[in-house]
Design a protein. Structure first.
Length: 251
């Protein structure tokens, strides 16, 4: 049985399990902590945006930690809006705003923080990506590995090898869906989808006509040896329910 601890977050008493991350405890208790690079889709968190920093006081000593990966090990006091945290978080927001000036979400968060006085920073024009790596993590988790971080330093970005259409991409949009800033662009018509410089046909349910994805993404989901379904999950459930009804009717 897990050991239970009581901590305070901004003066509010919160019960948690030993080893639970501060961010999760705060969210469960409706205490907002801003974050960009964290996704519930993954068990492993990258903690690279650093927006979720908080101040922790343990045994009379305070330190700044990244709440989304900091496990509670003992009773402590957590401050999400202390003067130190607000100052450091404002700097982080300003840096991200210059890194990705076209990202509306960051601009809105930065404006809410009131960050200013950083005009000396260099702005990367026409950029939305903050290099959080969630898109690469999503692609890797599917076993496709179509995208990765390429180049170095100020030229570092997420792309396919040599910026060419990847034979491993299945057009599933997992990377775009998990991106916190809308940096991964794609286009879609009634019959095709284009992402990472590659065009895919779209597959539709033979029963209801709803979009199921691309043939490549559907086949990847069932495996190379499996037979790709031609009807969507909802229609398969209805078919199964009807079959069960017919079975029970004649029992």
């Amino acid at each position: 049985m897990s050991e239970m601890l009581t901590i305070t977050i901004d003066g509010k008493e919160c019960t948690c399990e030993k080893g639970e991350y501060i961010y999760d405890v705060a969210r469960r208790n409706n205490i907002p902590i801003p974050v960009l690079c964290r996704s519930d889709a993954f068990a492993d968190h990258r903690a690279c945006c650093r927006i979720c920093i908080v101040e922790v006081e343990e045994r009379g000593r305070r330190k700044v930690v990244t709440s989304c990966v900091y496990p509670v090990s003992q009773e402590c006091a957590v401050y999400t809006k202390s003067e130190k945290i607000l100052e450091e978080r404002a700097v982080i927001f300003a840096l991200l705003a210059h890194r990705a000036p076209d990202a509306k979400r960051i601009a809105d968060m930065n404006a809410a923080m009131g960050s200013d006085g950083f005009d000396r920073l260099v702005t990367i024009d026409n950029e939305k990506c903050i290099l959080c790596g969630l898109c690469v993590q999503a692609c890797d988790s599917l076993g496709t590995g179509a995208i990765s971080t390429v180049l170095r330093g100020t030229e570092k970005k997420v792309d396919t090898p040599y910026a060419l259409p990847s034979e491993f991409c299945v057009g599933c949009l997992s990377c775009a869906n998990v991106c916190p800033t809308g940096a991964i662009e794609y286009s879609q018509t009634d019959t095709t989808r284009t992402i990472w410089n590659r065009e895919f046909n779209l597959a539709f349910c033979e029963k209801c006509g709803n979009l199921m994805g691309t043939p490549e993404s559907i086949q990847h989901a069932v495996g190379a040896q499996g037979e790709a379904p031609r009807v969507c999950d909802e229609c398969r459930k209805k078919e199964l329910a009807n079959e069960m009804m017919q079975t029970y009717r004649y029992v």
